[in-house]
Design a protein around this ligand. Structure first.
Ligand SMILES: NC(=O)c1ccc[n+]([C@@H]2O[C@H](COP(=O)([O-])OP(=O)(O)OC[C@H]3O[C@@H](n4cnc5c(N)ncnc54)[C@H](O)[C@@H]3O)[C@@H](O)[C@H]2O)c1
Length: 258
């Protein structure tokens, strides 16, 4: 069953990992998808490959992409403008782009902290703001999904710069749910557990990866595609009375940390 037929979607940082999986699954559910990708050659090539795959499955005209450093307000605005230029509207926005450069707290350079906050939190704020402005102007409601993390709820010794940004994305979605509910715009947070992507795969090899997987009640680490179904649900009208929610997609890891 196609759950997103006729919907126009914009996703940040979707050339790889979780964002890519969400883009692909939403396209498979009938959506038109516009992605933002980081302005470098590998990301441009990955975005083009995703576009080719979606075109092969769905035909032409349902995919668009735009480069931009999402830490700037202009990149979020450009993504929303591209979605509207290609598809005439915006129904669903996913704030996904993020970085997680593991670092010791006491020796962390200020630039590492500032860059992480700029991409993960400033980027989420400004792009969500651009999406909300568009949805509000359209007057037909919408769904906004912020990719947070279970790190929003638990500490991480090498993530003292990262976990506050993910708690920030969760809080942003909660406050936006309150601010935008009157416009029929729903805002929810997805909280992935440990998902094998370019963000962390170097840290998940060998015995360490096996030990991480052993802590997951469902018995394995997550894959990007594990986030796609929950994202489609939150984007679709099946979740029409769900807003301000935190949806953990972690194989049960969080409750096993209690
Ligand atoms: N992998 C995990 O275990 C995990 C767990 C919890 C939350 N998350 C979150 O999921 C989201 C996606 O991460 P992922 O795991 O798929 O990793 P990933 O590295 O595959 O994806 C992140 C994407 O964001 C893009 N990006 C980075 N900086 C950007 C910028 N300034 N402008 C535009 N794009 C930028 C990257 O190019 C990349 O395509 C992140 O927000 C991350 O915090 C991941």
């Amino acid at each position: 069953m196609a759950l997103l037929t006729g919907k126009a979607v914009a996703i940040t940082g979707a050339a790889s990992g979780i964002g890519r999986a969400i883009a692909l699954e939403m396209a498979r559910h009938g959506a038109s998808v516009c992605i933002n990708y980081y302005p470098d050659e590998p990301s441009a090539a990955a975005a083009a490959a995703l576009g080719a795959q979606i075109a092969a499955e769905r035909g032409p005209g349902v995919f668009a992409s735009v480069a931009g450093d999402i830490s700037t307000p202009e990149a979020g605005q450009a993504l929303v403008a591209a979605a509207v230029a290609h598809f005439g509207k915006l129904d669903v926005f996913v704030s996904n782009a993020g970085i997680c450069p593991f670092a010791e707290f006491t020796t962390m350079p200020a630039d590492t902290y500032r860059r992480t906050v700029a991409v993960n939190l400033d980027g989420a704020f400004f792009a969500t703001q651009a999406a909300a402005r568009q949805m509000q102007a359209q007057g037909t409601g919408g769904s906004i999904i912020g990719v947070s993390s279970i790190s929003a709820l638990v500490g991480g010794g090498l993530q003292t710069h990262y976990t506050p940004t993910k708690a920030g994305v969760l809080s942003l979605m909660q406050s936006c749910a309150v601010a935008l509910g009157q416009h029929g715009i729903r805002c929810n947070a997805l909280l992935p557990g440990t998902i094998r992507t370019g963000l962390n795969e170097a840290d998940l090899v060998g015995a360490k990866g096996a030990a991480m997987a052993a802590r997951v009640p469902l018995g394995r680490l997550g894959e990007p595609a594990d986030l796609a179904g929950p994202a489609v649900f939150l984007a679709s009208d099946l979740s029409c009375y769900v807003t301000g929610a935190q949806v953990l997609v972690d194989g049960g890891l969080f409750v096993n940390l209690q």
